[in-house]
Design a protein around this ligand. Structure first.
Ligand SMILES: CC(C)(COP(=O)(O)OP(=O)(O)OC[C@H]1O[C@@H](n2cnc3c(N)ncnc32)[C@H](O)[C@@H]1OP(=O)(O)O)[C@@H](O)C(=O)NCCC(=O)NCCS
Length: 190
């Protein structure tokens, strides 16, 4: 498996093929919610290739100053449970940390995929909420320092998005996980 970091113009066909199969055909998400050329252009993609075939992708998007969002995590059905999504998410986090060290990363994770993110050090910030349009259960997750979690939550509540009342982010149990992941990055010389 080969992993590449690309702009959308370098991987459009492969990435759209994955997203069509996974989100539109498999998960029945409305096509109108899937493509937004502005979002594609302002994003970085991490793509897994088996030979010439793009089999998995992750999109990293700059939402505002010092805040990144991980989106459109998808792996073709026949390539799942081989750590491809985990590897792609890890690549994205390593890139985020090196290029934009002050920017935490958040995502709206499908509940069925939550464990993959938690394994990589994400904190679960919200209860389960249902996404408009797709009706897929999600939870808001976050990768960053406890201080950046505080800032994020303050800003998010102003946006009246999902409710974050019962988040567990400031639990002291989370600190060793965040630190352990950062140390793993260092050990691997990323
Ligand atoms: C979710 C998805 C991206 C995972 O891709 P993947 O390459 O198979 O994931 P990984 O092999 O890296 O899995 C890592 C861990 O995540 C968890 N996980 C992944 N898929 C899971 C599933 N279907 N059910 C339960 N746990 C799952 C497991 O803990 C897994 O570790 P394990 O294999 O040691 O048990 C893939 O199943 C997919 O494309 N699903 C449809 C689209 C989707 O739900 N996208 C997520 C949007 S947030």
């Amino acid at each position: 498996m080969e992993y590449k970091r690309l702009k959308i113009d370098e991987c459009r066909d492969g990435v759209f093929n994955i997203r069509r199969k996974v989100f539109i055909e498999e998960q029945n998400c409305p096509e109108s919610m899937e493509w937004d050329e502005n979002e594609e252009q302002s994003s970085i993609y991490f793509v897994a290739f088996k030979g010439d075939l793009a089999v998995g992708c992750v999109r990293l998007r700059n939402i505002e100053k010092d805040l990144l969002k991980l989106e459109r995590v998808a792996v073709l059905k026949e390539f799942r449970r081989r750590r491809i999504a985990s590897d792609l998410i890890r690549e994205a986090l390593i890139y985020a940390q090196s290029e934009s060290p002050n920017s935490p990363v958040y995502a709206y994770a499908q509940v069925s995929a939550l464990q993959a993110y938690v394994n990589l050090g994400f904190t679960v910030l919200s209860k389960v909420w249902i996404e408009d349009g797709t009706f897929i259960p999600h939870q808001t997750i976050f990768w960053g320092t406890p201080i950046s979690i505080d800032t994020f939550l303050k800003n998010q509540s102003e946006k009246a998005d999902p409710s974050y009342e019962d988040y567990d982010a400031r639990s002291p149990a989370m600190l060793p996980k965040i630190e352990a992941f950062k140390q793993r990055l260092e050990v691997n010389n990323y």
